[in-house]
Design a protein around this ligand. Structure first.
Ligand code: AP5
Ligand code: MG
Length: 212
C-alpha cells in the first residue's frame, strides 16, 4: 500500500503516521524529519534547509524532490509500501511525484487528508514536545508523556510563534491546489482531525482497511 498523509502544520500527520506504519508495516517518509536529521548531522543538505525551516518557509522544490526520489528508489519501498508525510507540499512537487512514481513503477493508493480549522493549530504546535531519545511526539496538555522532564523533552525550533504563523500562511496557500490535484484522481479520503488522537486513527484505519 502506497499512501500520502496531508494536513496543515499540527494537524497530526506525524502522530497518525506513526500509528499507520506500525499497523500496516509501511516505510514512513517524512521530509521534515529527513531535514531535521540532516540539520542534526550538520550535512550540506541540513545547512541549506535550516535557513528556510527556521523561518517557516519551504525548502526549495529541487532539493526536496531530490531527496524524496532517492528514498523512493530504495529496495524496501517495493516490498513494504510507503507513507509520505509532508510531501508533496507544492503543486510542482505533486507533479514531480507523479513522474517519479511512474518511473519507479509504483502506484499511489490513497491520500489521507486530515482536516482541522487553522485556529486550533497554534496551541497544538506551541505545546508539542518530543522525546530526545525515542523521537516520539507528545503534547504537554493533549497527550502528555508519563515521564515528562525538561531534560528529556525538547520543542522544535519552528514551533516558536513567528515561525508557526509563517508556516500556517505558507501551507494554507499551497495546500488546497494539491488536494484538488489528488481529488481529481479520486484518491482523497477526508478525515476529521479535531477529535481525540485515537478516534482520528480509528477513522483512518477504517479507510485503509477497506482499501486492502
Ligand atoms: P514538517 O516537519 O512536515 O512540519 P509540518 O507540516 O509543519 O507539520 P508538523 O510536523 O508540524 O505537524 P504534524 O501534522 O506532523 O502534527 P503532529 O502529529 O506533530 O515540516 C517542517 C519544515 O520542513 C517545513 O516548514 C519546511 O520548511 C520543511 N519541509 C518539510 N517538507 C517539505 C516539503 N515537502 N517541501 C518543502 N519544505 C519542506 O502533532 C502536532 C501536535 O499536536 C503534537 O504535540 C501532538 O501530540 C498533538 N496532536 C496530534 N493529534 C492530536 C489530536 N487529535 N488532538 C490533540 N492533539 C493532537
Ligand atoms: Mg510532522
Amino acid at each position: 500500500m502506497n499512501l500520502l498523509i496531508m494536513g496543515l502544520p499540527g494537524a497530526g500527520k506525524g502522530t497518525q503516521a506513526a500509528k499507520i506504519v506500525e499497523k500496516f508495516g509501511l516505510v514512513h517518509i517524512s521530509t521534515g524529519d529527513m531535514f531535521r536529521a540532516a540539520i542534526a548531522n550538520q550535512t550540506e543538505l541540513g545547512l541549506s534547509a535550516k535557513s528556510y525551516m527556521d523561518k517557516g518557509d519551504l525548502v526549495p522544490d529541487e532539493v526536496t524532490n531530490g531527496i524524496v526520489k532517492e528514498r523512493l528508489a530504495q529496495e524496501d519501498i517495493k516490498e513494504k509500501g510507503f507513507l509520505l508525510d509532508g510531501y508533496p507540499r507544492t503543486l510542482d512537487q505533486a507533479e514531480v511525484l507523479t513522474a517519479i512514481l511512474k518511473e519507479l513503477e509504483l502506484q499511489l493508493d490513497a491520500v489521507v487528508n486530515i482536516e482541522i480549522a487553522s485556529d486550533k493549530l497554534v496551541e497544538r504546535l506551541s505545546g508539542r514536545i518530543i522525546n530526545r531519545k525515542t523521537g516520539e511526539t507528545f503534547h504537554k496538555v493533549f497527550n502528555p508523556p508519563a515521564d515528562y522532564s525538561e531534560e528529556d523533552y525538547y520543542q522544535r525550533e519552528d514551533d516558536k510563534p513567528e515561525a508557526v504563523k509563517r508556516r500556517l500562511d505558507v501551507n494554507i496557500a499551497q495546500g488546497q491546489p494539491i488536494i484538488e490535484y489528488y481529488r481529481a484522481k479520486g484518491l482523497v479520503h477526508d478525515i476529521e482531525g479535531d477529535q481525540d488522537i485515537d478516534l482520528v486513527f480509528e477513522a483512518i484505519d477504517k479507510v485503509l482497511s477497506n482499501l486492502k
